[in-house]
Design a protein around this ligand. Structure first.
Ligand code: PHE
Length: 401
């Protein structure tokens, strides 16, 4: 008697297991990877990405209890310390150990270029929110971006310098080990000379350098009317200070790499009268942007930078594709948690996800409308910001030609 009850109970338990197997087991998760520079020379890039993704997750939580297709969404964040080698290691770990379904990152093009081939080889979609170097998405058909490209960005700064500031002679000071900086310098030269301007001096530095006086002294001797500095905020701030110390009064102009809450803290008043191109301007009245701004301020008690906005948009584009996938094919995620990286089951799921991300059209983000073209790039206008009395002020918007 006793043993038959036990048997029935065992049967019932087995049946329950089988039944629960028809859906997903409660501990199954949809794991998304994120890699960025949470520490190092450009730490605000990684931390801003993280906060942007966090806000998107919070909203997913509020709307869908953090669930997509019956699975809990989890984001694993890896710090690459701002180093391309560490970025590669981080992405390997996310793909092989955490078995992520997709990856968000990086900000810096050099680090996206280190991570992208790994995602491509594993068939894991990677969305860079903010890497602008054209080569990033050329790494393969699993690599996407949410922002404009540097050939366009450079043409915006060149047009602004030549036609708006009406300057003809520009010097360039670039970070020679940074793909973004080298690319932007080249594209700027192409655009600016095509507009009739000339590059009167070109000098190099490397991220982490503290002293730019040698290069700036050589540049000063060529009497440029502006200096184009296609670098990241830490060095840009120092370059601005040291150029003023050396009596250089002309404006510095730059690209999105200047975008950081720390830029003005580092460069101080030396940056007044300087300009850079960016993905948004916080003083524009766009309702989606203003509502994100309010949410961000309530949570983090500070203003977001454009990287936070792009990361928020990247996470939402990914969530939307995952949600579509769950609706179209509810079985896609079944059993995924227990399959190894690189399994056929996993590759089928990530391929379907890739195809859905690729169809992103007219996605209304806080950084503008995102439609991915056949090269998985977004085409969006750029804004030019002026630094005035220590504040970033909207100057103009320049659209794709
Ligand atoms: N676009 C830069 C790059 O590709 C990264 C960046 C984006 C920096 C946005 C600041 C703001 O390297």
């Amino acid at each position: 008697m006793k043993s038959s009850i036990r048997l029935n109970l065992t049967l019932a338990a087995a049946l329950a297991l089988v039944l629960s197997g028809c859906g997903s087991t409660p501990n199954e998760e949809l794991v998304i990877g994120e890699y960025g520079s949470l520490t190092g020379n450009d730490a605000t890039f990684g931390t801003s990405t993280k906060t942007g993704v966090e806000i998107a997750l919070d909203e997913l939580m509020a709307q869908h209890q953090d669930m997509i297709g019956g699975l809990k969404v989890k984001v694993v964040v890896e710090d690459d310390q701002g180093k391309p080698e560490e970025a590669a290691t981080a992405v390997q770990k996310l793909v092989n150990q955490d078995r992520v379904i997709a990856v968000i990152g990086e900000v810096a093009s050099s680090r996206s270029l280190a991570g992208a081939p790994i995602c491509q080889a594993a068939g894991v979609p990677m969305i860079t929110p903010s890497s602008t170097n054209p080569r990033v998405t050329q790494q393969g058909d699993y690599i996407f971006r949410m922002c404009f490209l540097d050939d366009f960005q450079a043409s915006v700064v060149a047009r602004f310098t030549a036609l708006h500031l009406k300057l003809k002679k520009v010097a360039i000071l670039k970070d020679v080990k940074n793909d973004y900086s080298v690319g932007l310098a080249k594209y700027f030269t192409d655009s600016f000379t095509a507009l009739g301007g000339s590059i009167v001096a070109e000098s190099d530095y490397s991220a982490g350098d503290q002293d730019f006086r040698g290069q700036l002294t050589a540049i000063k001797a060529k009497h440029p009317e502006a200096i184009f500095v296609p670098g990241y905020y830490t060095e840009v701030g120092l370059i601005a200070r040291q150029s003023r110390e050396l009596g250089i009064k002309v404006p510095l102009v730059g690209g999105d790499g200047w975008e950081s809450a720390q830029l003005i803290g580092i460069g101080g008043s030396a940056l007044n009268g300087c300009y850079y191109s960016n993905h948004w301007a916080l003083d524009l009245p766009d309702p989606a942007l203003q509502s994100f701004l309010a949410t961000y301020k309530a949570k983090f008690h500070s203003d977001p930078d454009a990287i936070g906005g792009l990361a928020y948009d990247a996470a939402n584009v990914l969530f939307t594709a995952l949600q579509k996938l769950a609706e179209q094919d509810p079985d896609t995620f079944k059993g995924l948690s227990s399959t190894k990286a690189g399994s056929d089951l996993r590759k089928r799921a990530t391929k379907k996800l890739r195809d859905l991300i690729a169809t992103t059209t007219n996605f209304k983000g806080v950084t503008g409308t995102i439609t991915l073209d056949e090269n998985r790039n977004a085409s969006k206008p750029a804004v030019v910001l002026e630094i005035k009395d220590g504040k970033k002020v909207y100057n103009t918007t320049i659209g794709p030609a």
